[in-house]
Design a binder for this molecule. Structure first.
Ligand SMILES: [Zn+2]
Length: 197
């Protein structure tokens, strides 16, 4: 083999290598481009989660003080919105067993809302340990937010407390509470929704 032929052979081999690597490089870059596009396409169709602030009902300023606009729903609508226990207590004037409710021993700072319509009902600052097994408060957050009705069921004379906006049953109020009001708003945990400060 002469020198010229050997050089030509070497040149041909080098070119083959270059072509092979160029082809491999193009294939890889094509593949990664495709992968990226697919990834982008998937990301575009994935629904972005709704920010919490938009869904938080607490942002509604009309929840602070009852403005006279009542919430009226059919029995079927309440049943769809509430659990069976909540429906029984809120809409059929039921009472949860003493000590069974989730807020009987809650002492965190925050606000208690109506579980049915989210109207503000009680401030944690007015909550006290009554020893009854039901969350107890000495006053509502605003007198306008609750309706007090004489209740003579079960052979007792009691004052029933309802949410002023949706008419849901909350509990009863008694006159054996602590200072400064001397009142004891004896509530069902199932009628309330606590939100921490
Ligand atoms: Zn309500």
């Amino acid at each position: 083999m002469n020198l010229k032929a050997a050089r030509a052979r070497n040149y041909s081999m080098v070119m083959k290598h270059i072509l092979f690597f160029a082809f491999a490089l193009i294939s890889v870059s094509m593949f990664s481009t495709t992968a990226c596009q697919q990834k982008t396409a998937v990301a575009e169709v994935t629904p972005s989660p709704t920010p919490k602030s938009e869904t938080k009902a607490a942002a509604n300023p009309s929840d602070d003080v009852f403005d006279g606009n009542k919430v009226v729903k059919t029995e079927a609508e309440w049943k769809a919105q509430l659990t069976a226990d909540e429906f029984h207590i809120l809409r059929e004037e039921g009472t949860e067993p003493a000590g069974s409710g989730e807020y009987a021993k809650t002492h965190d700072e925050g606000t208690y809302y109506c579980r049915a319509c989210h109207l503000k009902l009680f401030d944690s600052k007015t909550k006290f340990e009554s020893g009854t097994g039901w969350p107890s408060f000495y006053q509502p957050i605003n007198a306008k937010n609750v309706t007090e009705i004489k209740d003579t069921s079960y052979g007792m004379e009691r004052i029933e407390v309802e949410c002023a906006r949706c008419g849901s049953h909350l509990g009863h109020v008694f006159d054996d509470g602590p200072k400064p009001t001397g009142l004891r708003y004896c509530m069902n945990s199932a009628s309330l929704k606590f939100e921490k400060k």
